[in-house]
Design a protein around this ligand. Structure first.
Ligand SMILES: NC(=O)c1ccc[n+]([C@@H]2O[C@H](COP(=O)([O-])OP(=O)(O)OC[C@H]3O[C@@H](n4cnc5c(N)ncnc54)[C@H](OP(=O)(O)O)[C@@H]3O)[C@@H](O)[C@H]2O)c1
Length: 187
């Protein structure tokens, strides 16, 4: 199913200095924030994912999620951005590849007929950056949390690209003591 309602959305948490993980790929720094309001976080995630029909993530993020044990995203089809085959036993993975327009088209097509069927780009920064370069992100929500990590894996890796203009930028109070920042890439 591909419809005009479908959006390609990023929904991600980052430190105030723009990191999504520590240098070793660990996201345990998020635990202290999650503990502030686990019910509120769950409610926010449930509200967000209810409109998600398929998930796209980079290989590093995928490998991180596999370490969580049970796959946390139900039976939504997942597409992994990678230049290599994956060996994991992952029945929810419907496709892999490194052609960004093709991956997004396949994810949109794989969405069920329920709800708007947005495509969630789970991360990480390398994948988001590639999708921005390809002009494929509609909106990016980042929950900026009140911590400076100092270094780590950046949400927006350094790039030699020309400046990227958004159509608008919005902020609103966030959960866990943070602030939501929304970058709208398309009207
Ligand atoms: N804070 C949060 O909410 C949050 C959310 C998601 C992820 N994370 C964290 O983010 C970290 C991973 O982020 P990351 O930026 O390092 O990596 P990533 O985007 O998850 O994955 C990068 C990998 O994806 C593949 N890839 C990406 N773009 C590609 C392209 N255009 N062509 C070919 N392959 C491409 C490459 O894998 P191949 O080498 O296989 O080609 C590349 O090494 C993890 O530690 C994860 O835990 C945090």
């Amino acid at each position: 199913m591909t419809t005009s309602q479908q959006k390609v959305r990023v929904w991600i948490a980052a430190s105030a200095d723009g990191y999504i993980a520590t240098s070793d790929g660990d996201i345990a720094w998020l635990d202290a924030f999650n503990a502030r309001d686990p019910a509120g976080l769950q409610a926010a995630f449930d509200g967000f994912i209810a409109d998600v029909g398929a998930i796209v993530m980079g290989r590093s993020s995928f490998e991180k999620v596999l370490t969580f044990g049970a796959w946390p995203y139900g039976n939504r089809p997942a597409f992994i951005v990678t230049s290599r085959p994956i060996s994991a036993d992952a029945p929810f993975v419907r496709g892999t590849g490194s052609d960004m327009p093709e991956i997004i088209a396949r994810a949109k097509q794989a969405c069920s007929g329920q709800g708007p069927g947005h495509v969630w780009v789970d991360g990480g920064g390398i994948t988001i950056s590639g999708l921005i370069d390809a002009g494929l992100i509609d909106e990016l929500d980042v929950l900026c949390l009140p911590v400076l990590l100092g270094n780590g894996i950046p949400l927006f890796p350094p790039s030699g690209r020309a400046p990227v203009m958004f159509t608008s930028i919005e902020s609103r109070p966030g959960l866990l003591g943070g602030t939501w920042l929304r970058l709208n890439f398309k009207t």
